[in-house]
Design a protein around this ligand. Structure first.
Ligand SMILES: Nc1ncnc2c1ncn2[C@@H]1O[C@H](COP(=O)(O)OP(=O)(O)OP(=O)(O)O)[C@@H](O)[C@H]1O
Ligand SMILES: [Mg+2]
Length: 100
């Protein structure tokens, strides 16, 4: 297959993501890039912040600091119902979802 370069684009980017719960550092300055077409696992001991990381990326939690991007678009402050739909160029919008 011809390599157009597109196959290697970073589809998901996480940069210096931080989440604290009342002083507990659940996620502490996490950064990674996921390339299109790859399968990536997030592993770690109980309480190391895996679920919190997914909730931050999907928008169910607000990060204390840091940035998440999908297909080059900043989705850090998007609600769950917006983030991936919006980044995909869809039209669905909902703004009544509250996060903490
Ligand atoms: N809503 C919350 N309020 C307060 N602390 C929380 C909250 N959610 C997670 N934490 C704390 O953040 C840390 C990371 O938790 P998280 O659930 O993300 O870990 P995990 O890697 O998914 O663990 P497990 O393997 O048990 O599923 C833990 O210390 C946890 O107690
Ligand atoms: Mg978990």
């Amino acid at each position: 297959m011809e390599n157009t370069g597109f196959e290697f684009m970073e589809i998901l980017q996480v940069k210096n993501l931080i989440k604290t719960f009342d002083g507990i550092h659940a996620v502490d300055s996490l950064s990674f890039d996921i390339k299109k077409g790859t399968i990536t696992a997030l592993i770690g001991p109980n309480g190391s912040g895996k679920t919190t990381t997914f909730n931050l990326i999907t928008g169910f939690l607000k990060p204390t600091a840091g940035k998440t991007s999908f297909k080059g678009r900043d989705i850090t402050h998007m609600a769950p119902t917006k983030s991936l739909i919006s980044a995909s160029g869809g039209h669905s919008r909902r703004s009544d979802y509250s996060r903490r």
